[in-house]
Design a protein around this ligand. Structure first.
Ligand SMILES: Cc1cc2nc3c(=O)[nH]c(=O)nc-3n(C[C@H](O)[C@H](O)[C@H](O)COP(=O)(O)OP(=O)(O)OC[C@H]3O[C@@H](n4cnc5c(N)ncnc54)[C@H](O)[C@@H]3O)c2cc1C
Length: 396
């Protein structure tokens, strides 16, 4: 006998959204995370159109806006040869502006919405292993904040536990596509750094970005190949940051130098992207746990929000919709893969940092086309429990 219909391990963008959608559909859901409620995480947080679309559809965008998250209506693409191209966001698919909420705000809004919908939320609870019956996963073993052992039995166990997923490791989910490249990133917040909107900058083998966010802050990041980053960091992290910024677009260092740093520099080592098999008997993976790509295309959060709904629909179809679990989950995986393939491949190419400024322009067109393709498919895939037909293929 299960304690819950679903236990979700990992309570951030992918996990909290999955829990929210399932709880809203009337399922009993436990959401556990080893971190503390409302904590930050290592990530910049530019949302793309698909992510904003999801938050709008779930009725959560007003909370983000009310918390002072600035609307972003323009994007500037700077190139090291001096060119700047400004693009105004065209309102389509019900998205009139982009947003880049701090994770301590976005993740908390999602967790609160999941709890309000009836999910039982437990922070500071670490999942250590799986409960299994034969080859079927039937829940998790965990340790709570006092170190007490807990077992949570559920019909479905969801691993939304990020790039180093315990659930993926325990079920032995195979990687079906691994990226050949990955970039190293540094980022830091600044006050008094006005921006055009999103600003992205590209020089030979280097990139940078300015992301306006809450509390009047701007997140500034730089990225390059890991070997280059290692070399530059020998001179110091601040020097590496300034060098990459200047190589990305010569006007950026002076702008950033005149701003006020807020918080310390954060670093992310190069982790190659992967796409894993994302389901098996009694388990599924969502978000970075099953599909991770280099942060340079700033799309992981948007994809996590997208896949939460694809998975929630598949679980609803399997647990109450008269569709067999393997069929429902296979549909989830094929929808995820179809919508992800182009961007995954374009991101891998950008993350190689083996391009010059002209090649960067071409790559960015590829990234943009991949995002447009995803946005074209998204409303067709994401539309409630009818997603998964008995034939197994998502209708589009
Ligand atoms: C440097 C950097 C910059 C980025 N910038 C952007 C950006 O600008 N825009 C964008 O869209 N994406 C960006 N991303 C990607 C984005 O951060 C991820 O795609 C997103 O966080 C994935 O969300 P998730 O819910 O799948 O996993 P996570 O956010 O990683 O959450 C996983 C959760 O699982 C919990 N957990 C892990 N193990 C256990 C366990 N055993 N038991 C219980 N809980 C557990 C963790 O505590 C964590 O809270 C960036 C990533 C990095 C690294």
């Amino acid at each position: 006998m299960s304690d819950f219909d679903v236990v979700v391990v990992g309570g951030r963008v992918a996990g909290a959204s999955t829990a929210l959608l399932l709880a809203r559909a009337g399922m009993s859901v436990a959401l556990v995370d080893r971190g503390s409620y409302g904590s930050d995480t290592l990530s910049t947080h530019g949302l793309m159109r698909a992510g904003v679309l999801q938050l709008t559809r779930w009725g959560l965008l007003p909370s983000l806006v009310a918390a002072g998250t600035p609307a972003i209506r323009r994007t500037a693409f700077h190139y090291a040869d001096g060119e700047t191209v400004e693009v105004t966001l065209r309102p389509t698919a019900g998205v009139e502006a982009l947003y880049a909420p701090r994770r301590l705000l976005l993740d908390r809004i999602l967790v609160d919405a999941a709890a309000a919908a009836g999910a039982e939320v437990r922070h500071e609870t670490t999942v250590t292993s799986l409960l299994c019956e034969g080859d079927r996963v039937v829940g998790v073993r965990a340790r709570d904040e006092q170190g007490r052992a807990r077992t949570i039995r559920a019909a479905v166990t969801v691993g939304a536990d990020g790039v180093r997923s315990t659930i993926a490791a325990r079920v032995g989910s195979p990687v079906v596509w691994r990226a050949r490249s990955a970039g190293a990133v540094l980022y830091r917040y600044y006050a008094e750094l006005p921006t055009i909107g999103y600003e992205w900058a590209y020089g030979a083998g280097v990139a940078a970005g300015l992301i306006p966010t809450n509390d009047g802050l701007t997140c500034v990041f730089v990225g390059t190949a890991p070997t280059r980053m290692r070399d530059l960091r020998r001179q110091g992290v601040a020097e590496a940051f300034a060098t990459i910024l200047g190589e990305s677009f010569p006007a950026l260092p002076a702008r950033v130098a005149s701003a006020v740093p807020a918080g310390r520099m954060q670093g992310w080592p190069a982790v190659p992207g992967f796409l894993r098999r994302c389901y098996g008997p009694g388990w599924a993976l969502v978000g970075d746990a099953g599909y991770y790509k280099d942060p340079i295309t700033t799309h992981g959060i948007s994809d996590g929000l997208r896949d939460a709904e694809l998975l929630a629909d598949a679980i609803m179809a399997a647990l109450g919709g008269g569709v067999s679990e393997p069929v429902a989950m296979a549909s989830y995986q094929s929808a995820r893969d179809r919508m992800s393939a182009r961007l995954f491949s374009a991101t891998e190419a950008v993350a190689a940092y083996d391009w010059d400024t002209d090649q960067a322009r071409t790559l960015l067109r590829r990234v943009s086309a991949a995002m447009a393709y995803e946005l074209e498919l998204l409303p067709g895939f994401v539309r409630g429990p009818a997603l998964v037909g008995a034939g197994g293929a998502p209708r589009s």
